[in-house]
Design a binder for this molecule. Structure first.
Ligand SMILES: NC(=O)C1=CN([C@@H]2O[C@H](COP(=O)(O)OP(=O)(O)OC[C@H]3O[C@@H](n4cnc5c(N)ncnc54)[C@H](O)[C@@H]3O)[C@@H](O)[C@H]2O)C=CC1
Ligand SMILES: O=C([O-])CC(=O)C(=O)O
Length: 326
């Protein structure tokens, strides 16, 4: 049996937490051979509800679940963790943009960044889901300068999965036929789902779906506004699909990426594609299971460049809004 890895999840009594924890404990994230110890972190008032979640986890008798720490104490919560999944924060309501949450949620990530730096395992990797996730990740990273910048991630996999399904439905093919659909930029309504470089059944998506207006006027806005559409329909933001995308992202990072494919995640820009260094920007990524890199040489046409710059500019604005937290 392998040594258990410790996985912290903040906001563990929330909606996403309720869909996510059971999948981590079942082995969906780290594989059927990897035992886990869950560190469930909540705010004090949510501890009774969290206790109910702990009871339910116990009631599953998961063979891979080797322990549970449930706490409102950040030091205990992040002690020796190998992964920190930062979900806990307030979700937006109908009519809000995700960046409207910065003033409420931004400050959560200063204390969490510091507590992770002070307590986590040397190999810790941090994945921010709470919105606006790119800039919250930027805040946490800047409050934990002892942790290398390549260990920080923000979630755009839900956008990728949404985009993949939209293309598959339009082309009338299985979702598994759609590859290399990269999301560039911010997890916000400015994100750019790059259909030019996507493949359907091995061919360029634009050769399979010969409908430029559909891509520009339907596909892009549908993906960009999908979160808002879910909130309108459900009265609550997406949770099960978000949890699924958390599982997909971590699994993609801890396993080698199949040759010729890539996946999307927000990482600290190294200046690739001219994107300002230090911003948490979503790029096409490949992993060898331990280290990841930004895919280089992706063709960027004028349309793509305009979209990539618009979403970069929004991230610069968000960074300026939280300057005092960095
Ligand atoms: N990046 C992405 O693709 C997505 C991000 N989200 C975001 O994820 C976040 C969580 O969403 P839900 O689970 O639906 O919300 P929720 O309101 O159901 O749960 C959030 C939980 O976080 C807890 N919490 C609040 N402040 C905390 C703190 N300082 N430390 C620890 N826990 C804290 C709350 O007590 C609550 O239990 C929201 O910000 C939402 O917008 C949601 C969907 C997709
Ligand atoms: O839209 C929201 O506020 C929740 C979210 O991030 C998403 O569903 O992509």
């Amino acid at each position: 049996m392998k040594t258990p890895i410790r996985v912290a999840v903040t906001g563990a009594a929330g909606q996403i937490g309720y869909s996510l924890l059971f999948r981590i404990a079942s082995g969906a994230m780290f594989g059927p051979e990897q035992p886990v110890i869950l560190h469930l972190i909540e705010i004090e008032p949510a501890l009774p509800a969290l206790n109910g979640v702990v009871m339910e986890l116990q009631d599953c008798a998961f063979p891979l679940l080797k322990g549970i720490v449930a706490t409102a104490d950040l030091n205990a919560g992040f002690k020796d963790v190998n992964w920190a999944l930062l979900v806990g924060s307030v979700p937006r309501k109908q009519g809000m943009e995700r960046k409207d949450l910065l003033s409420i949620n931004g400050k959560i990530f200063t204390g969490q960044g510091k507590a992770i730096a002070a307590n986590a395992a040397k190999d810790v990797r941090i994945f921010v889901v709470g919105n606006p996730c790119n800039t919250n990740c930027l805040i946490a990273m800047n409050n934990a300068k002892s942790i290398p910048s390549d260990r920080w991630f923000a979630m755009t996999m839900l956008d990728q999965n949404r985009a993949v399904t939209q293309l598959a439905m339009k082309a009338g093919v299985d979702t598994t036929e759609v590859k290399n659909l990269a999301i560039w930029g911010n997890h916000s309504s400015t994100m750019y789902p790059d259909y030019f470089n996507a493949k359907i059944g091995g061919k360029p998506a634009t050769e399979v779906i010969k409908h430029e207006i559909w891509f520009k006027d339907t596909f892009i806005p549908t993906v960009q506004q999908r979160g808002a559409a879910i909130i309108k329909a459900r009265g609550l933001s997406s949770a099960a699909s978000a949890a699924n995308a958390v599982v997909d992202t971590v699994r993609n990072l801890v396993n080698p990426t199949p040759a010729g494919t890539c996946f999307s995640v927000g990482v600290c820009s190294d200046g690739s594609y001219g994107i300002e260094k230090g911003l948490i920007y979503s790029f096409p990524i490949v992993s060898d299971g331990k280290n990841w890199k930004i895919v280089q040489g992706v063709e960027i046409n004028e349309f793509s460049r305009e979209k990539m710059t618009a979403t970069e500019n929004e991230l610069k604005e968000e960074k300026a809004m939280v300057a005092e937290l960095l």
